[in-house]
Design a protein around this ligand. Structure first.
Ligand code: ZN
Length: 132
């Protein structure tokens, strides 16, 4: 269990924590609120991310992610759903630049060999190798 403090960067803090704790395989969930969000949408036609920011205070109504290895280092992959004051929802792949207001994180470390990401030319993304 982990609490992220106001002003911290969601993705950077999670990454620093799992690397410091040497957590190499895990699932994680989180909730709370952010001051601003920096998210990505993966365009399946162009195989490129489209980045966008939401410059407002938002509730984290659902955050999910996993930890695996990329280039031998623990790597966070997280998606989030956020809601504004009217309850309208936004979502996407969490990018650096998402500023926490407060965030509660549950990290569930997994046993066994951690998945190792390798580049997949079909998707244009580093996917888990040896798992299909
Ligand atoms: Zn993603």
């Amino acid at each position: 269990m982990l609490r992220l403090d106001a002003g911290s960067d969601l993705l950077e803090e999670l990454t620093a924590y799992v690397r410091h704790q040497d957590i190499r395989a895990a699932s994680l969930t989180f909730l709370g609120a952010v001051r601003r969000a920096s998210l990505r949408y993966y365009d399946q036609a162009t195989l490129r991310y489209r980045d966008f920011t939401l410059n407002e205070h938002l509730e984290v109504t659902g955050g999910v992610g996993n930890v695996s290895l990329l280039d031998g280092e623990p790597f966070i992959h997280a998606h989030v759903t956020l809601a504004d004051a009217a309850g309208r929802a936004f979502g996407g792949h969490v990018n650096t630049g998402t500023e926490v207001f407060v965030c509660e994180v549950s990290i569930h470390e997994l046993n066994g060999e951690p998945p190792d990401r390798v580049f997949d030319a079909t998707c244009g993304l580093p996917l888990w190798g040896g798992i299909s």
